[in-house]
Design a protein around this ligand. Structure first.
Ligand code: SAH
Length: 340
């Protein structure tokens, strides 16, 4: 059975039309779910019981199970259990500008990046739309606070679950849904070129981030198998088209791995690669995990790398760190759970 949180407002309206009821009831139910936060159809007072019964036979209103929460200063990590006993995680970060939630998009991941914990287990399945929406809704309900920013950077490759991702964006952005502004939503991809191109036509102004992590193909081939399919040149061509069409700034994420991609000449090559693009580079201190040999770059070299980019007129930031103590690096909590 499908879940009611799978539906965009428009889809909900259409369901009511399909069962011979009124379109505006779809709109009403949507408000009950996202504004009044009901947990059962019986709490709806302005739609007839018979109609609700019919809806409830098609769409459950079940939520997910939260089976573990870990807290550290300014960061909390939530482990969710899904109906098929699979696990995903979401990480909440408290910034001075609001609460930001990093959500998962798939169970496991097929991209096989060499440094990433999430990819150690192959993809089991896509997350359904409701499984993405409920990560936000349930955490808001627990905290009794609104989440202002959402990043799709948890477990999974979001562009490998593209259609569900777009419905998810529509629901959380909806003024009658979770009301999260498109500019406060960011999706990160390892560089699935056809989807980057498709995404340039998506009408909501969601931010796009690309996991670059290397200044050339020989390094990127080693770190990210996807590069053998979509090389740096192909990704850059797609990004140029995306920027031209949307007039939006793109973020390149760059994890610094000691002795792998963090040398001065890598910084120089990276500057040349992104020269004249409407973009900025987010340098990410690597969250070390026990399962790979990679080491995080020492702070002094991180600063050196940063300075070289700056000197070459690249917009660059260093990511603020959250949660290395509570294994908040992508996929770590889930890995622990499933290897117990
Ligand atoms: N599949 C998507 C989104 C999930 S990964 C993507 O590749 O962008 C989100 C980001 O976290 C990516 O930039 C990824 O490369 C990075 N990441 C993965 N493991 C990490 C680690 N141990 N430390 C720091 N960043 C990591």
């Amino acid at each position: 059975m499908k879940n009611i949180y799978d539906l965009t407002r428009e889809e909900m309206e259409n369901i009511f039309i399909e069962i011979g009821s009124k379109k505006f009831h779809g709109d009403q139910l949507f408000s009950w779910l996202y504004e009044k936060r009901i947990s059962s159809y019986s709490m709806v007072t302005n739609i007839k019981k018979e109609i609700l019964d019919e809806i409830s036979l098609m769409y459950s209103i079940d939520s997910l199970k939260i089976v573990d929460v870990q807290n550290d200063k300014d960061v909390s990590k939530f482990l969710f259990e899904l109906f098929d006993m699979e696990h995903i995680e979401a990480v909440l970060m408290r910034h001075d500008y609001g609460l930001s939630l990093c959500i998962s998009s798939e169970v496991g991941c097929n991209m096989g990046c060499q440094f990433c914990e999430s990819g150690r287990r192959k993809k089991v399945r896509n997350l359904e739309v409701h499984e993405m929406v409920l990560q936000i809704l349930m955490i808001e309900n627990i905290l009794k606070e609104r989440i202002s920013h959402v990043v799709v950077m948890g477990i999974g490759e979001p562009f490998d679950n593209y259609d569900n991702l777009l419905s998810f964006f529509r629901i959380i952005n909806d003024p009658k849904g979770l009301q999260i502004g498109a500019r406060h939503i960011t999706v990160s991809t390892c560089g699935i070129v056809p989807k980057i191109l498709e995404f340039s036509d998506f009408p909501l102004q969601v931010n796009l981030a690309i996991s670059l992590h290397a200044p050339n193909n020989s390094i990127r081939d080693r770190l990210m198998p996807i590069n053998k399919v979509y090389s740096i040149e192909k990704v850059m061509d797609a990004i140029d088209i995306y920027i031209k069409k949307t007039n939006r700034r793109v973020t390149f994420e760059y994890i610094l791995l000691e002795g792998v991609n963090d040398r001065n000449e890598d910084a120089l090559e990276l500057s040349k690669l992104v020269k004249d693009k409407n973009c900025y580079i987010n340098l990410i201190p690597y969250n070390e995990t026990n399962n790979f040999g990679y080491k995080r770059t020492k702070p002094i070299q991180i600063m050196k790398f940063y300075d070289i980019l700056k000197k070459n007129n690249v917009n660059v930031t260093i990511r603020k760190e959250f949660g290395s103590k509570i294994s908040a690096a992508c996929g770590q909590l889930r890995s622990k759970k499933e290897e117990l």
